[in-house]
Design a protein around this ligand. Structure first.
Ligand SMILES: Nc1ncnc2c1ncn2[C@@H]1O[C@H](COP(=O)(O)OP(=O)(O)OP(=O)(O)O)[C@@H](O)[C@H]1O
Ligand SMILES: [Mg+2]
Length: 269
């Protein structure tokens, strides 16, 4: 079986203007102390994401999703392989890549002693945005989710789900063309989660390219244009949810997921 089952959407690496992200043979191997085995967290994955595509990166705990995203954002150096993002190679032009992207990391990263609004404003100033533009964006973003009133309070008083919302808004202050969202809705209640997914879909309508990871497979099924399912650092399948369900003769993407992934945390990897 080839590594990527559906090659229908693949184009020549580095050649196509309609491609926002091209990942090529990306690897990250963590070398650990000798009593532990080394970890092939990402073990040679390749895929392409089209401009304006909402692309789901799915897989069990420990499959390598966060490691992949961290390499694409420049937070981790690949062991081997590379990616071209917005036309720039992450190995050679990371600074250019950083101008195009934004990331909502798996671990909420906000300043506890700043208010929600101040957190978003702070990240706007880091992007060298004007005060007027920051204000305009902050108003728009706070009205999008449920944080308007809470944004006046310090982030240390926020619940887990509120911190996740703030994390997402922080990632959006600079209107990035390419967004990496690592489990953006984890810990949100169902109503806020639904609103957040609607919001993420609306970003797609603005022709922004999004790679997101989630364990809410039914939401990925409803919203993602295509999904890649990875396990043990390898890409197992990549296609639209509909095609994957047809191919595996099942009625939900979750069934596909359960059929083709096998990792358990109890394996100790
Ligand atoms: N800094 C590190 N040192 C050693 N091993 C690591 C390190 N970071 C991650 N790993 C290992 O790499 C593998 C992939 O981890 P990763 O965080 O990418 O998984 P994930 O797919 O994001 O999982 P989850 O769904 O739980 O967030 C795991 O086996 C993990 O233990
Ligand atoms: Mg993760």
């Amino acid at each position: 079986m080839s590594e990527i089952k559906s090659k229908s959407n693949e184009k020549k690496f580095g050649s196509d203007e309609s491609i926002a992200i091209e990942v090529k043979d990306l690897k990250k191997h963590f070398i650990r102390k000798k009593q532990f085995n080394d970890v092939k967290a990402v073990d040679g994955i390749s895929f392409q994401v089209g401009k304006g595509e909402l692309f789901g990166l799915l897989g069990p705990n420990g499959a390598g999703k966060t490691t992949t995203i961290n390499m694409l954002c420049g937070l981790l150096k690949p062991t081997e392989g590379t990616a071209i993002i917005g036309g720039y190679d992450i190995g050679r032009n990371l600074e250019k890549v950083k101008e195009l992207i934004s990331v909502c990391p798996q671990e909420a990263a906000v300043f506890p002693f700043l208010t929600g609004r101040e957190n978003i404003e702070y990240f706007g100033s880091m992007h060298l945005m004007s005060k007027e533009r920051i204000n305009e964006r902050v108003e728009k973003l706070l009205n999008t989710l449920d944080l308007y009133e809470a944004s006046k309070r310090k982030a240390k008083e926020y619940s887990g789900g509120m911190k996740r919302q703030l994390n997402l808004l922080v990632a959006l202050i600079n209107e990035p063309n390419i967004l990496f969202l690592d489990e953006p809705t984890v810990g949100m209640d169902p109503r806020v989660r639904r609103k957040t997914w609607e919001f993420i879909s609306s970003l797609k309508n603005e022709n922004r390219t999004i790679i997101l990871t989630t364990h809410y497979i039914e939401e990925a099924e409803a919203l993602c244009d295509r999904v890649a399912i990875i396990d043990y650092g390898k890409l197992i399948v990549l296609d639209s949810p509909k095609k994957l369900m047809e191919e595996h003769n099942v009625k939900s993407l979750e069934e596909v997921f359960l059929k083709i992934t096998g990792r358990r945390i109890s394996e100790g990897v």
